[in-house]
Design a protein around this ligand. Sequence first.
Ligand code: C2E
Ligand code: CA
Ligand code: CA
Ligand code: CA
Length: 278
Amino acid sequence: AKAKGRNTFHFYSQELNAAANERLFIENELRIGLKEKQFVVYYQPQVDSRTHQVIGYEALLRWFHPTEGAIPPDKFIPIAEATGLIVELGEWVLQESCDFAVRLTKQGLENNISINLSARQFKDSSLVSTLSKMIIRTGVSAKRLHLELTESMLMGNVEAAITQLHELKALGISISIDDFGTGYSSLSYLKRFPVDILKIDRSFVKDIPEDTNDMEITAAIIAMAQKLKLDVVAEGVETIEQMQFLQNNNCFIVQGYYFSKPIAEHELPKLYERLNEL
Ligand code: C2E
Ligand code: CA
Ligand code: CA
Ligand code: CA
């Protein structure tokens, strides 16, 4: 038993070492990647399922590492968050997104751009002034900027969160609650937060039309959003059945592989073509 225990420990420490090493590797490479412009922002359309018009885009960060290839956000965002690098990386995403919005405007397109904010960025006391300066510098219309926050980010210091949200709203920015229904949100708080949009999490959408529980939850979230006069966006919509279920329940703005994966800006013409043919 003793020998086995030792082996088990040895095994664990090897695994821990591997995890720690990977973390360290990613942390170092993140700094290099930022300097060497290995990051790209992809955009996933949010489409009106009735008209197939693009309403907006969600900005999603992509990392193309010279030797590792594409490293998914789920692998590096948590490390960027833990090391604080997310503030710099997130500011770059905001800048890219504003520039993208301005380029769209020049083509006569008034799409919204939704940008994910990490907890660390939201807590950062310079967020509002950073955004305010960026809006002036880029000339983007603040109305077009939507910030996606998660429920848990709002729940820690509720009063501070409400104040910060009001400051962001004063700039003209809209607030979207991401992954809605998966966190510890309280409905009474939801009314106190100056929020504009609820995003229904993919976990509720993915098993429609098989899972009747998920269908009821989804329908209830949409109904509640309407009562609270909030817009609602469904994420992770992959099938026509899911889209039709959402339509029947009065959710018309959908994001997901059914319409398009997140794409590079140069792929937009192909997207318009596809939406036209649908
Ligand atoms: P999220 O904010 O919930 O973003 C939606 C994720 O679902 C994206 O994964 C998107 O590619 C994926 N997705 C969209 N439609 C479908 C679909 O129909 N089916 C399936 N299976 N997946 C779909 P992605 O791009 O890998 O991003 C993962 C997470 O990383 C995001 O989840 C977000 O939390 C985080 N993230 C991405 N970019 C940023 C960023 O710039 N800043 C911050 N703070 N977080 C980011
Ligand atoms: Ca999001
Ligand atoms: Ca989401
Ligand atoms: Ca999600």
